[in-house]
Design a protein. Structure first.
Length: 182
């Protein structure tokens, strides 16, 4: 499993290049249909080639990045994975109730966060010390809400609600709620 920060950086670069290529092809297309002396003339074969290039680039990019998303293979093979530990967490009245003051796991542990909302739709997000998000899920009352994650890096993590749940929702932050140790 790849760290989500690495995936985000890689996909930012890949999709930026893809967007630049699209813009360059659009500029070339605009130039070809408006150039002086032959305004409005663009060979069908050239236009078709530009469209095929965009489609091939887009599909290739999606196929290449499909399995780099950290949770995809874990979710697809979830029935074959036995978690190291399960943390039962509840949310109600804009507050988290954790099983321990600070949940502690080891690097490499596969953990399931089984989160229940007793009143509103909340989010459950795990954040690094620099404020970047590791992972998150939506927590809907009356539904199963669990998140399986394998921690690759030691550190102290904060949990937050990542969904709008009213004016008090922005206060749903528990600093240093999760510690990942070597």
């Amino acid at each position: 499993m790849i760290d989500s920060a690495v995936v985000l950086n890689g996909q930012t670069i890949a999709y930026t290049i893809y967007a630049v290529v699209i813009l360059l092809l659009m500029l070339a297309f605009g130039y070809l249909i408006t150039k002086e002396g032959k305004a409005g003339v663009l060979k069908t074969s050239l236009f078709s080639t530009l469209v095929v290039i965009l489609v091939v680039l887009g599909v290739s990019l999606h196929l290449a990045t499909n399995m780099t998303i950290p949770w995809v293979s874990m979710d697809l093979n979830r029935h074959n994975i036995t978690p190291t530990m399960v943390f039962d967490i509840s949310m109600e009245n804009h507050e988290f109730t954790l099983p321990e003051e600070q949940m502690v796991v080891s690097v490499g542990d596969t953990v399931v966060f089984d989160v229940v909302s007793n009143d509103l739709t909340y989010g459950f997000g795990i954040f690094r010390q620099d404020g970047s998000m590791v992972t998150q899920m939506q927590v809907v009352p009356g539904h199963r809400n669990d998140l399986m994650w394998k921690f690759l890096n030691a550190g102290i993590y904060t949990i937050r609600s990542t969904e709008y749940s009213g004016p008090k929702g922005h206060q749903m932050i528990m600093k240093d709620a999760l510690k990942v140790v070597e």
